[in-house]
Design a protein around this ligand. Structure first.
Ligand code: SAM
Ligand code: SF4
Ligand code: F3S
Length: 455
């Protein structure tokens, strides 16, 4: 390994802390697969690390402050010990780059999300020269070409796989187009090969990721591939049980994708489709590029194919110029679609975005709206979970809970289920009878091994 070849590399343990979205989680795993090549091992203890990576998120307020706070913690932990190499990665690194190095001298390396393929050479150069390093180019093609040569060793039952990165939509509130760069779709074969690696490592569920996952579009010399083609290909993986994808944009919810739901058995019936607001006026101001009528048309098409399909979403309240009437339209939409497993946020002005300079809705009003929307969403969730009591559901068992006794799995709709059972069930789909529930989780008992019954 690199450690033996390079006497300068006396470092061995790396601690990676991840904030933000699922793509950051995927990235942290891939960073770890990469730094292994130069001799690093993963540690779950801060104090053991000789290299500390903070993978950051810039999506809402206080993102920067969170970074400095976290670095302060690391500083404290290492006050009487040798300082680790401190790396800030992710979307804050991309957005702030040199600024971070100036404000916090304890940080040694800044690396943006499209430069992770350079992380090993950057660390080695830093060790050699002891000079601050910054890598923030948008070099997505090289990144994925490099990463495709490094085995994905994610051994989780449910594993992420990034197929698309970046965004060209430029919603007026969002930093992602600036931190992740332009839309890029990975080559089809690269994705399928990585999916094979993950399944070989034990994954039973793959969650395909992209900032606009359904904008996936790749052309080789013979043909064009869309997300629907990846889903159809994965359906043939005999060891794979479940397929999901996130996050979709309503504008890219094309008929080829919708039609996959007609035939697929492995594609799960929960569609995460962020709508942000129920008011066409607000959608226009947000530059979302679709109307509520178009959104509902997608809803109806999918429900017609399978009435059991459910929707989850993201909502922003208190967007500039949102009045009570706009907000009530959002509530109406929630009542109609009956979203489950959804997220809601107060608008947070992000530097550099179009909406950043706009007049804010009164803070108190925004908070009230958030409370109302969350009450509604939680009610939906609670009612849904209650209605499942006494029912028998298929659950993919993911892992053991921290208590070392209970098991954790998820329904087809992503709802967590907690139950007693043996370790052997991990990675299997089993049938559980739901005995009780709360807003977040279901509690069940094992009925039988679903797979065995089917066989
Ligand atoms: N690409 C996805 C889409 O088109 O909806 C989502 C991307 S973003 C990582 C996840 C969610 O964060 C968004 O759907 C939005 O609800 C929320 N979000 C993004 N920027 C925000 C902001 N400035 N203030 C509040 N919420 C924001
Ligand atoms: Fe952000 Fe909009 Fe792009 Fe989603 S589609 S990542 S919300 S700019
Ligand atoms: Fe955050 Fe970047 Fe993801 S801003 S939500 S980590 S794309």
């Amino acid at each position: 390994m690199g450690l033996k070849k390079n006497p300068n590399l006396m470092l061995k343990k790396i601690f990676i802390k991840t904030f933000g979205c699922q793509m950051n989680e995927y990235d942290s795993n891939r960073i770890f697969d990469t730094v292994k090549k130069i001799g690093f091992e993963k540690t779950d203890k801060y104090e053991d690390a000789n290299c500390y990576i903070l993978n950051t998120c810039h999506i809402r307020d206080k993102a920067k402050e969170k970074v400095y706070h976290e670095i302060g913690r690391v500083k404290k932990i290492f006050r009487s010990k040798k300082k680790p190499i401190v790396i800030v990665a992710g979307c804050v690194a991309q957005a702030e780059n040199q600024e971070i190095l100036k404000r916090e001298p304890y940080i040694d390396i800044i690396i943006g999300p499209q430069s992770y393929h350079k992380i090993n050479e950057t660390i080695e150069r830093y060790i050699k020269k002891k000079k601050k390093e910054e890598e923030t180019e948008f070099d997505t093609i090289s990144k994925f070409n490099y990463l495709s040569k490094i085995k994905n060793q994610d051994s989780k039952v449910s594993s992420f796989l990034t197929i698309q990165e970046g965004c060209d939509k430029f919603c007026h509130f969002c930093v992602v187009p600036y931190t992740r760069g332009p839309e890029y779709s990975r080559p089809f074969n690269q994705i399928i090969n990585e999916a094979k690696e993950i399944v070989q490592s034990g994954a039973k569920e793959i969650i395909l990721l992209g900032q606009n996952v359904n904008a996936y579009s790749y052309r080789d010399e013979n043909r064009k591939f869309r997300l629907s083609d990846i889903l159809i290909e994965l359906e043939n993986f005999s060891e794979l049980e479940r397929i999901r994808y996130t996050t979709s944009h309503p504008k890219d919810m094309t008929d080829d994708l919708i039609n996959v739901y007609k035939k697929s058995i492995k594609l799960m019936p929960l569609v995460h489709l962020p709508v942000q607001s129920g008011s066409n006026k607000i959608l226009k101001l947000m530059n979302r590029k679709h109307t509520i009528e178009e959104y509902l048309l997608i809803y109806e098409k999918l429900k017609k194919i399978n009435p059991n399909i459910e929707f989850s979403s993201d909502f922003i309240v208190g967007y500039p110029e949102e009045n009570d009437d706009d907000f009530s339209q959002t509530i109406k939409l929630i009542e109609k679609v009956k979203f489950t497993n959804s997220y809601s946020f107060i608008f947070s002005p992000r530097p550099g975005t179009v909406a950043a300079g706009h007049e804010l809705v009164d803070k108190k009003k925004s908070k009230e709206r958030l409370e109302k929307i969350q009450k509604k969403l939680f009610e939906n969730q609670l009612n849904k979970n209650k209605s499942l009591e006494g029912k028998i559901l298929k659950v993919l068992v993911e892992n053991q809970m921290k208590d070392g006794i209970k098991l954790f799995g998820r329904t087809e709709y992503m709802t967590p289920v907690i139950f007693d059972g043996s370790f052997d069930y991990i990675g299997k789909i089993i049938k559980l009878e739901i005995k009780s529930s709360n807003q977040n989780s279901l509690f069940g008992i094992i009925k039988e091994n679903y797979k065995k019954k089917v066989a």
